[in-house]
Write a protein that binds this ligand. Structure first.
Ligand code: ATP
Ligand code: MG
Ligand code: MG
Length: 609
């Protein structure tokens, strides 16, 4: 069951392990003291990966894929994965997001480590801890002639960068001396230059066919308070410069990211080589590998657009059960196991593609199939009255206990003790689904319908069905209100036919229908969620994704549920027989007094039917 399909990342890692590419790595405590690594202890981890979110929003299902890849590969190959907050951008970051990311990774079932550790719940790393080192690295690039302070205007810089097929033009500041560059860079740091007045650029090749190598900016001036370093700095490193350094300081071996960073890889390698040359870092350097990001039909995975849905009130928050955020999926009833299964199933590739939403739902069904206890709920209730009840059992108030297994036989693994049976009452009145009675039944209808007078004057008896887990009954008719709406369905109970008793099969029923008794059924709010978007590619081709919102993505009904469901713990998942999987809402459900359930997914993929 745990068989892993090979992919290009596994092949790369297996080859590196075989060749011992990273066997010489050493560490000596703090990653900020990279120069000491050479003298330290051998690294106890075979490989090191990292998951480096920017704490500027809630993680979504795409991040879940990245988490499963990075943490999963490390675990599989005797390595560890670091959780690192890429907090080099001072303006957009917040501790609220930091905490939500920590929760999400833990909930998905993963643990991060620090250097020197092979496992365990270490503190996460934060890129801002390396600001001192990054500053020294920038100075080292200047000292070795590999960086310069550019004071061109932003427009000139953009224009002089050139374009595809059109080489760039050297900045007039490109030929400054080392001393002049150092002095200017110190002025940048010391707050003597205005925001945007200068940037530090790597000096590489203004004619490179890869525009990312045309002297990319590596430091900029930005007077902004950082959520971690406060006002210590008024210059901040650019992501492309910071990220490889973070990886190197943490002795990452395989730096796995999404395809949009492919064009940055040459700069990543260039920077590693320069910093090793000037002995700030020691080889072997980490290497970057890119995989295709997750694109899921009917789903949007842009943080900006998800924020728009929240801010404009199209959903109730980041954790709305229709949101593809990890908090949203969790509230919807997704399990960590189902998301890990999903990541495994979609695999890792190097080319972009779309994954069908039903693949995600399928993984959840697969996980819940053998776990979620069964229960009966009536979502569109109408009362069924068993008119001969007193005659059959002595009094109208008589009730009797029924039992049903919490899990079907097929869901119990060998050697596993089945969970305790569910118990519920049957009495004179029960709730049934409105659609389970038809006065004039369509052809092939097997549920309740009244006796019928035939053209020849004879009468056919009413339909005979079983109340699932209870008695067989025979329909006798119904009552209607002035508007013609059915208010009650009438039937006779057939004594001696109770499920699990010797007479159970003495009368043949055409169907078994779900029900909840009036005697012990509990009223519950049931939220029938559907997909948030009605179109498979809601934001394709610059379309306004708000136009594709599914108007029927939430319907709330008042249902009746059996006592075992009403007593559920928040977040407990169930299979409501015939309807699909439901979860007791993590936030709003109160066991016993205020049951609130959300539909997780139907029993089968019914979308588009
Ligand atoms: P933004 O939405 O602000 O551009 P981001 O989506 O890149 O941010 P990060 O916090 O930088 O979010 O992402 C952390 C990691 O998750 C990165 O390595 C990134 O490549 C990966 N990631 C983000 N989106 C996806 C996706 N749809 N599929 C797979 N991995 C993803
Ligand atoms: Mg990013
Ligand atoms: Mg993104």
């Amino acid at each position: 069951a745990d068989h892993k399909v090979s992919n290009f990342l596994r092949q790369i890692i297996e080859k590196d392990l075989e060749l011992g590419t990273y066997a010489s790595r050493r560490w000596a405590g703090s990653p900020g003291d990279a120069a000491h690594h050479a003298k330290g202890q051998p690294d106890p981890a075979k490989i090191r990966t990292r998951f480096p979110p920017e704490p500027n929003g809630y993680l979504h299902v795409g991040h879940a894929k990245s988490i499963c890849i990075n943490f999963g590969l490390a675990k599989e190959y005797g390595g560890v994965c670091h959780l690192r907050f890429d907090d080099t951008n001072p303006e957009k970051e917040d501790t609220e997001y930091v905490n939500s990311i920590i929760d999400a990774v833990k909930w998905l079932g993963f643990d991060w480590a620090q250097l020197g550790q092979t496992a365990g719940s270490a503190a996460p790393y934060q890129a801002s801890d390396y600001f001192d080192f990054m500053y020294r690295a920038a100075e080292a690039l200047i000292e070795t002639g590999h960086a310069y302070v550019d004071e061109q205007s932003a427009e000139d810089m953009r224009a002089n960068r050139g374009d595809f097929g059109k080489p760039g033009v050297d900045s007039p500041f490109r030929s400054r001396t080392v001393a002049e560059n150092l002095a200017r860079f110190h002025e940048m740091r010391d707050g003597q230059l205005a925001d945007g007045a200068a940037v530090l650029r790597a000096k590489i090749d203004m004619a490179s066919p890869n525009i990312n190598l045309r002297d990319p900016a590596i430091y900029r001036i930005r007077r902004a308070t950082h959520h971690h370093t406060g006002d210590t700095w008024c210059i901040y490193p650019m992501y492309t410069f910071a990220h490889p350094i973070e990886d190197a300081l943490e002795q990452i071996t395989h730096s796995i990211c999404t395809l949009e960073f492919e064009d940055q890889r040459p700069f990543y390698d260039w920077l590693m080589e320069r910093l090793c040359e000037c002995k700030l870092l020691t080889a072997p350097s980490p290497k970057q590998y890119e995989f295709a990001r997750l694109n899921l039909t009917y789903v949007i995975t842009s943080k900006r657009k998800l924020a728009q849905l929240v801010n404009e009130g199209n959903v109730s928050g980041w954790d709305d059960p229709r949101m593809p955020t990890i908090v949203g999926l969790r509230r919807r009833g997704y399990t960590p196991e189902s998301l890990r299964l999903f990541a495994d199933r979609i695999g890792v590739t190097k080319s972009d593609s779309w994954i069908d939403y039903s693949t995600l739902e399928g993984c959840l069904r697969e996980d819940l199939e053998n776990k979620a206890h069964r229960g009966m709920a009536v979502l569109d209730p109408v009362k069924l009255v068993l008119t001969n009840w007193a005659e059959a059992f002595g009094s109208d108030g008589y009730t009797e206990a029924c039992t049903q297994p919490a899990l079907p036989h097929s869901a119990i693994a060998e050697g596993q003790t089945p969970p305790a049976d569910r118990t519920f009452l049957i009495g004179k009145e029960v709730w049934i689904e409105r659609e389970d009675f038809e006065e004039v039944p369509p052809k092939g209808y097997k549920r309740l319908s009244p006796p019928k007078v035939n053209p020849d004057g004879s009468t056919s008896p009413g339909a005979v069905v079983r109340l699932k887990g209870g008695y067989v009954i025979e329909c006798t008719g119904c009552a209607r209100d002035a508007a013609g709406q059915v208010t009650e369905v009438h039937a006779k109970v057939i004594p001696g036919t109770k499920s699990g008793t010797p007479g159970a099969d003495s009368v043949k029923a055409k169907a078994a229908i779900t029900w909840v008794s009036v005697a012990d059924g509990v009223q519950a709010e049931v939220r029938l969620y559907d997909r948030l978007f009605a179109e498979a590619h809601p934001d394709a081709g610059g379309k306004d994704f708000l136009q594709s919102l599914n108007p029927d993505s939430l319907k709330v009904v008042t249902a009746y549920v059996e006592p075992s469901l009403a007593g559920a713990q928040p977040d407990q998942k169930f299979q409501f027989e015939r309807f699909g999987y439901f979860v007791a809402d993590r936030l709003d459900h109160v066991a016993g007094s205020k049951p609130v359930f959300s539909r997780v997914t139907g029993l089968k993929d019914s979308w588009g039917k």
